[in-house]
Design a protein around this ligand. Structure first.
Ligand code: SF4
Length: 429
């Protein structure tokens, strides 16, 4: 590499060190689309690696062992990611241990590759968001997940099941701010029968036909199947017929049963979660996919989670987006050291590279706050999530951020992108 390049790169890095992460990545972002730009990206990434190599302390014995498992050298692996090729689990482990700015630069490159054809060729420049509202139709739940501060039992004085009048009021407010989606989820209520849900769906569909019902996570469907004594596929079919439009990826946590048995032993296991999604996709209901990390799982288990999602997506192409967030520990039984923003960005960046068949990644400002949510746009995210005019689950666990559409648009524009509203299916509105 020519000395001139080194000097330029050191300049970028010194600005970054004294200012902020954005400046570092603007160097990469500006280069998108051109051959010269790709060379700049390579130079930038290899310099980051060289710097890491100089710091022998960054490389644990574990990482060295992974390097031999991955078979590729780091330079070859970076070339592979730049070329847009699929990475293996061993390679993902190696990528995870790259310097954060290098991993972020690679994720940003993969985001450009994934989105550049979208929106009439403007996908790389556009960051989307949606105006929606979380509505939790009941907080009664008999699953008692250790990470949950939201659920109540029927004996608790503040348990509830929303009435149609309450639903109507909430959706009227959503309509007034231009909302197009309701994220309808609830606890696993042991007594509500199928007609309660079908009537709720039909009520919303009839009164608010412009609002898509993005409702009921896979564990809820698994629960319905047991309570209604009906196969999951039939429940999905009946719900779709009544007005359900798409399914959120909630309750994914980590799709590894060792982890699920520790944090939510009474909830749908990983095969059941994936089985609901596969049946839903087969019936034409698209969904999002999620991951909640930073509790009892290992890094290898996070990657196993990603692998199971990628395999299902290869079969169905039903996932519209992936969202990861960190466990929020306040008011929960599960105790774990909170995961920092750096680890969040690292995991999101790795997810963008690994999930090469899911086009959209949402940044999680709800758990990370607006500033990290904004920085996440340089670490592989292409969507800013939702306005979320009501949020009841994460806020009960001690994290409460609120953003209006105007503020979301300002944050997106400040990061150098064009902010656009979208539908559930990532069409521009
Ligand atoms: S996370 Fe969902 S399933 Fe688990 S206890 Fe809370 S409401 Fe119930």
């Amino acid at each position: 590499m020519a000395w001139n390049n080194w000097k330029g790169i050191w300049h970028i890095r010194s600005i970054s060190a004294s200012c902020n992460l954005f400046l570092n990545f603007n160097g990469v972002t500006r280069s998108r689309g051109s051959k010269a730009g790709l060379l700049d990206l390579r130079a930038f990434l290899f310099t980051g690696l060289w710097e890491a190599r100089m710091d022998a302390f960054c490389f644990s014995r574990y990482t060295k062992a992974l390097m031999s498992t991955a078979m590729l050298s780091e330079d070859e692996l970076i070339e592979k990611v730049i070329a847009g090729e699929r990475v293996s689990d061993a390679e993902a482990l190696l990528l995870y241990r790259l310097p954060l700015n290098v991993l972020g630069g690679l994720a940003n490159h993969r985001r450009v590759l994934a989105k550049r054809e979208a929106y009439r060729g403007r996908g790389a420049e556009v960051v989307t968001y949606i105006v929606d509202r979380n509505v939790n139709y009941t907080n009664v739940c008999n699953v008692y997940c250790k990470f949950c501060a939201f659920y109540r039992t029927e004996k608790d004085h503040d348990h509830y099941v929303l009435t149609h009048a309450q639903l109507e009021e909430k959706l009227q407010e959503l309509t007034e701010i231009g909302g197009v989606q309701v994220l309808l989820q609830g606890g696993h209520h042991p007594k509500l029968g199928i007609h309660h849900y079908l009537e709720m769906l039909a009520f919303i569909r009839e009164r608010f036909p412009w609002i898509n019902i993005h409702g009921f996570s896979p564990p809820e469907f698994h629960h319905f199947s047991q309570v209604f004594e009906m196969p999951v596929r039939e429940v999905l079919r009946r719900f779709k017929e009544a007005g359900l439009g798409s399914i959120p990826g909630g309750g994914g946590e980590i799709l590894v049963d060792r982890v699920r048995n520790k944090i939510s032993p009474l909830k749908a296991n990983s095969t059941e979660w994936l089985g609901v999604m596969e049946a839903a996709h087969d019936l034409g209901l698209r969904s999002s996919a999620t991951m909640m990390f930073g509790h009892v799982e290992t890094l290898e288990e996070r990657i196993e989670h990603l692998r199971r999602l990628r395999e299902l997506q290869d079969r169905t192409q039903g996932f519209t987006a992936f969202i990861c967030w960190t466990f929020q520990p306040e008011n929960t039984v599960l105790k774990a050291e909170p995961v920092g923003s750096s680890e969040y960005l690292r995991m999101q960046a790795l997810s963008r590279i690994y999930l090469d068949n899911i086009d959209n990644l949402q940044s999680s400002w709800v758990t990370q706050g607006p500033k990290i949510g904004q920085i996440a746009l340089k670490y592989g995210a292409s969507d800013f999530g939702s306005v979320m005019m009501e949020e009841n689950v994460v806020s009960k666990a001690g994290t409460s951020f609120r953003l209006q559409a105007q503020e979301i648009e300002r944050l997106i524009a400040e990061a150098g992108y064009e902010a656009r509203r979208r539908s559930t299916w990532y069409e521009l509105l």
